[in-house]
Design a binder for this molecule. Structure first.
Ligand code: ADP
Length: 718
């Protein structure tokens, strides 16, 4: 628009100039016409002066005619030439002037002729001989031409005046109009320029806003050249706020600096060359990369756009997208894992379900789900079987199931239902049903109440405990029996400890009295001695039996016992026998155990006494007592092991030994391997040992060989 305005202005000026020029020219032409008219007037008045009497007289002045004529003719030539010069461009006037010239020649000839006659006759001078008629006719012709020339000039004058006045009018008007037009165009272009400027300003503000609020880094670089015109670096001309948030770079501080200093990695990883290429080949470039920025691992996509003087670098941060992608991937993996797990779980469930079904059959268990709101129910296959039916052979409901309940237990069953609804479970766990074949079955029930899909539901398991109830009954009866025999035993105990002791003591007392009587024969004395021994034996038998029966399974008296002390006490008690036999003992350090002290004493006493008693003839008894701690897994014998570690104690003697096949038998009551005539005893000692060991959760066994000694091994929990 501005260019147009300037062009218009130049055009207007040139138009005005040419208009003025034209006006000037037409003015000049008008002036020329005036000059021509003047010159015509002058020329023709030159001719027409000849009509004047005075001029003629003057011309014909005596003696001066020749000179005057000469002057007159010279004047005529000047005037004619002047007019000729003025009408040079006008052909018709020139033609008329040619006619005039011819007439002028005629006129002058007439005049010259007149002059000649004057020189001969003075009277002519007085006017009689002047060729007036001839001149007048020439002048007449000249007058005609004069009229024609004047008419022509008038016409020209009119035309030129018209032209002038039109030019005079048009020149300022066109100038004014064009001026106005130019002004208008100027104004319009100014307004447009102003509007554009406003728009530019607006779009600048918009752009700035976009650049400030965008989450992309937007930078603009201009190349820096060396003397060979090669790009050696880029200067950062613009950088937006995102540089700070993503890269920790203050945009104010990096603007004006070369990228080699601000982003040195660009120079190393080949990106700088790509930037150059982008600028030089004017080609857009897209780069993807992952960098470690301020906020950790970030993903950027750079779009490098070549511009006229530099390159625009837009770096889009798509970390979030990547993170979302990564999260989606990991979510996907997690879901896949979960799916796998669910699949496995499902398989597991299927297996469990079939196991459960089998288990129901094996354990005699059934299960049910009972909807309390409408009484509808489902039962497991085995519950049908418990009731004597094939699975799913009838529809279950509270009412249909109630028909199976034993009439005496209906009240219990109904209360069970009420309790389940009221407190979520039932305190009643047992009722009887009558199955299809009329057999009474005892059912154990365990049910719970839950809300399932908004419906009150009771579910639970039912166990057929008919056989257990029968066994329990059996057991109860046997217990009654045991209790009775126990009471009897206790009274026997009472008898043995008190009532039998008393007559024995009396027998012994009387024997000793009779033995003190010297009048007895030798045989009687022997017999009496035997009776005495029998009484002693009987007494020790009763004592041992009492001991045996008193070892009960009560563990509240368990305490820490140092077996070294126990052993010391026992050897002290047996010291007389040890001394008598000259026996030797080799003893390890013994452990401290949990147990009942007097029972341990009895155990040690019995084992050591036996080792002394069943010694080989002519061999000094030697007893080795050893102890070690062993892992329960090292113990080959089967017994109920209550501890991880056990103390293994061995009592090895060098006595008479016995056949290995009797090794278990000797722990039974009254079992003796050797003759009571040779070895005194009651056959209860080892039975007591076994009972004590079992009472202490231990184990006892023996290995032996006749003549080679015996080894008694005991295990006690450590
Ligand atoms: P007894 O009162 O007869 O000793 P025990 O119950 O203590 O009763 O022993 C049962 C039998 O085991 C003994 O009669 C004996 O034959 C045999 N016996 C026990 N200890 C030994 C041993 N150390 N050496 C050989 N035989 C033994």
């Amino acid at each position: 628009m501005l260019t147009l305005a300037i062009a218009l202005l130049i055009f207007t000026a040139s138009m005005a100039y040419s208009q003025i020029k034209r006006m000037q020219r037409s003015a000049e032409r008008v002036a020329r016409t005036y000059q021509v008219s003047d010159a015509i007037g002058t020329l023709f008045s030159h001719y027409f002066r000849l009509e004047s009497e005075d001029f003629r007289e003057e011309l014909l002045e005596e003696g001066r005619f020749e000179e005057n004529l000469k002057d007159y003719m010279a004047e005529g030539i000047i005037v004619f030439d002047s007019l000729h010069g003025l009408v040079r461009g006008n052909a018709s006037q020139l033609k008329l002037l040619d006619d005039i010239q011819a007439l002028e020649d005629t006129l002058y000839e007439n005049l010259v002729f007149a002059g000649d006659s004057i020189n001969g006759n003075a009277k002519i001078v007085k006017g009689h001989s002047f060729p007036t008629r001839k001149i007048s006719s020439t002048l007449f012709q000249i007058r005609n031409i004069n009229d024609l020339m004047r008419a022509e000039e008038r016409r020209l004058m009119q035309a030129r005046k018209n032209e002038y006045s039109s030019n005079k009018f048009l020149a300022p008007l066109t100038t004014l109009l064009l001026g106005f037009f130019a002004l208008f165009v100027f104004l319009v272009s100014f307004l447009l320029i102003y509007r554009n400027k406003l728009r530019v300003r607006e779009s600048q503000a918009f752009l700035q806003n976009v650049l400030d609020t965008t989450d992309n880094i937007v930078n603009y670089y201009e190349p820096l050249f060396n003397s060979e015109k090669n790009i050696i670096d880029f200067n950062i001309v613009y950088a937006n706020e995102c540089n700070r948030s993503y890269l920790g770079l203050d945009p104010e501080k990096i603007i004006g600096k070369p990228i080699s200093r601000v982003f040195p990695h660009l120079m190393l990883n080949g990106e700088f060359e790509q930037l150059i290429q982008c600028y030089e080949e004017n080609r857009k470039l897209i780069l993807d990369r992952e960098i470690l920025a301020q906020a950790g691992k970030m993903w950027f996509e750079s779009i490098i756009t070549p511009m006229a003087d530099g390159i625009l670098v837009t770096i889009r941060n798509f970390t979030e997208e990547e993170q979302v992608k990564e999260e989606l991937v990991s979510l996907n993996e997690r879901l896949k894992d979960q799916n796998d797990e669910l699949l496995k779980l499902n398989q597991e469930f299927q297996i469990q379900n079939s196991i459960f079904k089998d288990a129901e059959i094996v354990a005699g268990i059934g299960s049910y789900i009972w909807h309390l709101d409408d009484g509808s129910a489902t039962m497991s296959d085995n519950l049908y079987r418990i009731l004597g039916y094939e699975p799913d052979s009838f529809n279950v409901s509270y009412q249909s199931y109630r028909k199976f309940i034993h009439p005496d237990d209906l009240e219990i069953y109904d209360r069970l239902g009420e309790e389940t609804v009221e407190i979520g479970k039932s305190t009643i766990q047992n009722y009887r049903v009558i199955d299809r074949k009329g057999k009474i079955k005892h059912l154990y029930i365990k049910g719970e109440y839950v809300e399932k899909e908004g419906r009150p539901v009771s579910f639970g398991v039912v166990q057929d405990i008919t056989s257990r109830v029968a066994k329990d009954e059996d057991l109860r009866l046997r217990n009654l029996e045991l209790e009775r025999s126990n009471a009897e035993l206790q009274s026997f105990n009472q008898v043995a400890s008190h009532d039998l002791q008393e007559p024995l003591r009396k027998i012994q007392m009387f024997i000793s009295r009779i033995a003190g009587n010297n009048a007895l024969s030798r045989n009687d004395g022997e017999d009496l001695k035997k009776i005495g021994n029998s009484a002693i034996r009987m007494r020790s038998l009763i004592d041992n039996l009492l001991n045996y029966s008193r070892i009960d399974f009560k563990h509240e008296n368990f305490e820490k016992i140092d077996l070294n002390i126990v052993l010391a006490k026992v050897t002290e008690d047996l010291s007389v026998r040890i001394d008598e036999t000259g026996a030797t003992l080799a003893v390890d350090k013994l452990p401290v155990i949990n147990g009942i002290s007097f029972q341990m004493e009895q155990l040690f006493d019995n084992l050591i006494s036996n080792a002394l008693k069943y010694s080989s003839q002519n061999v000094t008894p030697h007893l080795v007592i050893q102890s070690e701690k062993v892992d329960c897994e090292q113990i080959p014998h089967t017994f109920y092991k209550t501890a991880k570690y056990f103390y293994k104690m061995t009592f090895a003697d060098n006595g008479i030994g016995f056949e290995q096949d009797k090794a278990e038998k000797i722990f039974e009551v009254f079992q003796r391997l050797h003759l009571k005539s040779e070895y005194s005893g009651t056959g209860i000692g080892l039975a007591i040992c076994k009972k004590i060991i079992e009472n202490h959760y231990g184990f006892i066994y023996t290995t032996s060989e006749p003549g080679k000694g015996s080894v008694f091994v005991i295990y006690l929990p450590a």
